[in-house]
Design a binder for this molecule. Structure first.
Ligand code: IVH
Length: 668
């Protein structure tokens, strides 16, 4: 009985999902939908044998994958050759015409700026979703793709048994902005553009997180050994009846064109109108519509000869330079930034543009009040392309790079061979002090609970802190001197500071902020040298022996460790109790032998890989989904509610990160 109900609920939820996300024609409210989904989820938990990866409940994600399997594409995934002007398109059409021998019918469509995906269906069920990879092998990212609401998981009976549909996974502008806002609020990191965001999201190991990010898909090619598609446009129309999202013909996202003029008209229309679309495109694609003629024209090794991409120019606008400001980084590096008259470009208001260094100012020959052409390419920060000389104000002065630090007024220095100017006053130049402290407390560094940039600002301004070790010397009374700090927040911050003493050596090494030593380099160094003492004593050539450590990093390390004040600070931090040695503890430990763990959420002291490794190093076993055989659900923050529910249902014990640390006896 409940199995029948499960089937009925699945069918009904798939239908409602299609109505909501593909045909934009829902007939039940969100509340009713959630009620049905909840009922199905309860029934599935009571009937684990009825598990189906294509159930609508799987769209919320929750599964953690260790790594994606590499699979061979059933048909190689080729790319498109590019064209940038009308002559190249005319030549392409002529070539196609000469092979086909007849007047051509061409499909012209948008080129979505996302990530290519191949969806394979067998017996009308999604069995695999694979990224393009190198065109021959791709990654099986099915768990993540199943969370994309407008991708059908089950097809109707009219669809063939074997079907492969390819298309683009992308972020709508709304979903992208949402995601970046959330990311910025949580750790200040933003994706540069929707394409990077889509590609990063598909590679996430936590499908629950993927589900929250609202990816979309649009399909552009169809293949089946069992079905004769006559034309490309017809094939898309057919698959749309089977539930796939395809380009909207009424909105002109795809059109059949018979003449070169038709095509040029289409291209120039979308070149200007593309910003009104709800997603990013980077051009258009022109394809021979007839499948028979496509086959006649054939392929090169890399791309079909019957299709070509046309890339739009990126948008350029003219605006006025108000002034050049100078930012001071934590290393003392000075970066000039152009402050502009606000101007709309590619759907956002631009107020600033980056100018990398003094050479760039000279190269652009920037003058005060110049009108400048700016371009927002694929990246978020626009750049100045050139000055519009015809608009230069008579008598305006060239912009001169500053000689003194805008904050502490020390004379700036530029070393030979270095493009950047530096303020060398690292001891009292406040932006540098704040920059170093902000780096130290950052989530990816020491991750100190209760301390943020505002707190650092205050601590430095009132002179309580100017290097990391000072943070550990503050007592309750000091914290009460800050705005917004009351009993509870003071308690929290003191606990957060105490907890940071458990952070691993590799992260401490990253946190102290050696130039060019990012988190990956810190990891490599800590693994190779094992302790700060061996690292301090390593010669430049010993440093160069480490994988991926080049002369620039080696020099930077040597110069850092030959500075007495840095060495003194390291000694202070060591005395305070920070980790300056790699933990090899419990490497061959057996504390977790016989126990299996499901890992979910984001952890404070471990990356996903680190915590898995730690479980395995201690003899535990990682399993990907919760079942009655699982012993523990090891939970980070943001663990999926469905996971917790499932764990409770199967009597799987919940384990927090701190409990785990205590269990393995790590001093992370
Ligand atoms: S057709 C044989 N149509 O552009 C190639 N591709 O290098 C078939 N793309 O990786 C691709 N929009 O991910 C096609 N309307 C569209 C497209 C499109 C975006 C992407 C695709 C491919 C890249 C071309």
């Amino acid at each position: 009985m409940s199995l029948d109900r499960i089937q009925a609920l699945r069918k009904s939820l798939h239908d409602h999902n299609f109505r909501y996300y593909v045909s934009d024609n829902p007939i039940i409210s969100d509340f009713e939908f959630d009620k049905l989904l909840f009922e199905l989820s309860e029934l599935e938990q009571k009937n684990p044998d009825a598990f189906d990866p294509n159930s609508p409940t799987q769209r919320v994600g929750g599964e953690i994958v260790k790594s994606f399997d590499s699979v061979v594409h059933r048909r190689p995934m080729l790319s498109l050759s590019n064209s940038y002007n009308q002559d190249e398109i005319t030549a392409f059409i002529k070539r196609c015409q000469s092979v086909s021998g007849e007047e051509l019918d061409l499909s012209v469509e948008l080129k979505y700026d996302g990530v290519a995906i191949s969806l394979c269906y067998e017996n009308r069920k999604l069995i695999r979703a694979v990224t393009r990879g190198d065109g021959v092998n791709g990654d099986d990212v099915s768990v993540n793709i199943r969370t994309i609401k407008n991708i059908p998981l089950i097809l109707p009976n009219v669809a063939p048994n074997e079907l492969e549909v390819r298309g683009e996974v992308y972020f709508t502008s709304d979903a992208f902005e949402d995601l970046n806002k959330k990311r910025f609020d949580s750790d200040g990191a933003k994706f540069a553009n929707p394409r990077n965001a889509a590609s990063g999201t598909l590679k996430l190991q936590d499908s629950f997180e993927v589900a929250t990010r609202r990816l979309s898909a649009l399909m552009y090619s169809v293949y089946s050994d069992e079905f004769d598609f006559k034309t490309h446009i017809e094939s898309l129309r057919l698959i749309s009846e089977w539930g796939f999202p395809v380009p909207n013909q009424e909105s002109g996202w795809i059109r059949s064109c018979k003449s070169v003029d038709d095509i040029f008209q289409y291209l120039s229309f979308w070149d200007t109108e593309r910003h009104s679309l709800p997603f990013a495109i980077d051009g258009a694609v022109i394809k021979v519509n007839s499948i028979l003629i496509q086959e006649k024209i054939g392929f090169t090794a890399k791309s079909p000869r019957w299709a070509i991409a046309y890339k739009f120019n990126s948008e350029k606008v003219l605006t006025r330079l108000r002034e050049v400001k100078y930012q001071i980084g934590r290393t003392g590096a000075i970066t000039p930034v152009a402050v502009l008259d606000p101007v709309w470009i590619s759907g956002t208001v631009v107020r600033r543009a980056s100018i990398h260094n003094a050479d760039q100012i000279a190269k652009l020959n920037l003058h005060e009040g110049d009108s400048v052409w700016i371009e927002k390419g694929g990246e978020i920060i626009p750049k100045i392309l050139e000055v519009e000389i015809s608009k230069r104000l008579i008598g305006s002065n060239p912009i001169k790079f500053i000689l003194n630090c805008p904050d502490c007024h020390s004379l700036l220095e530029r070393k030979e061979g270095d493009a950047q100017h530096y303020c060398l006053n690292m001891d009292t130049c406040k932006p540098q002090i704040k920059g170093r402290l902000n780096h130290f407390i950052h989530r990816k560094a020491m991750n100190i609970d209760g301390v943020g940039t505002e707190t650092i600002d205050q601590l430095v301004e009132i002179g309580l802190v100017h290097k990391p070790s000072n943070l550990y010397e503050l007592d309750e009374e000091d914290w009460f001197k800050l705005d917004k700090f009351r009993d509870k927040s003071v308690k929290n911050v003191l606990a957060g500071i105490e907890k940071s003493k458990m952070v691993s050596f590799e992260r401490v090494l990253f946190s102290i902020g050696i130039r060019h030593v990012g988190s990956t380099v810190a990891k490599k160094l800590s693994k190779h040298f094992g302790s700060i003492d061996s690292l301090i004593n390593a010669s430049e050539s010993e440093l160069l022996d480490v994988e991926d450590i080049g002369p620039m990093i080696a020099k930077s390390l040597r110069s850092y460790f030959s500075n007495q004040s840095y060495l003194l600070e390291i000694e202070k931090l060591r005395a305070i109790g920070l980790n300056f040695k790699s933990e090899v503890i419990n490497k061959s430990g057996n504390k977790l032998v016989g126990f299996s763990f499901v890992i979910s959420g984001v952890f404070e002291f471990f990356s996903r890989d680190e915590i898995k490794k730690s479980v395995e190093d201690n003899g535990g076993k990682i399993v990907s989904s919760v079942s009655s055989k699982t012993d523990y659900l090891l939970m980070g923050s943001g663990v999926g509610p469905s996971k917790i529910k499932k764990a409770d249902l199967h009597g799987v014990k919940r384990l927090t990160e701190n409990e785990f640390l205590r269990w393995i006896g790590s001093s992370k």
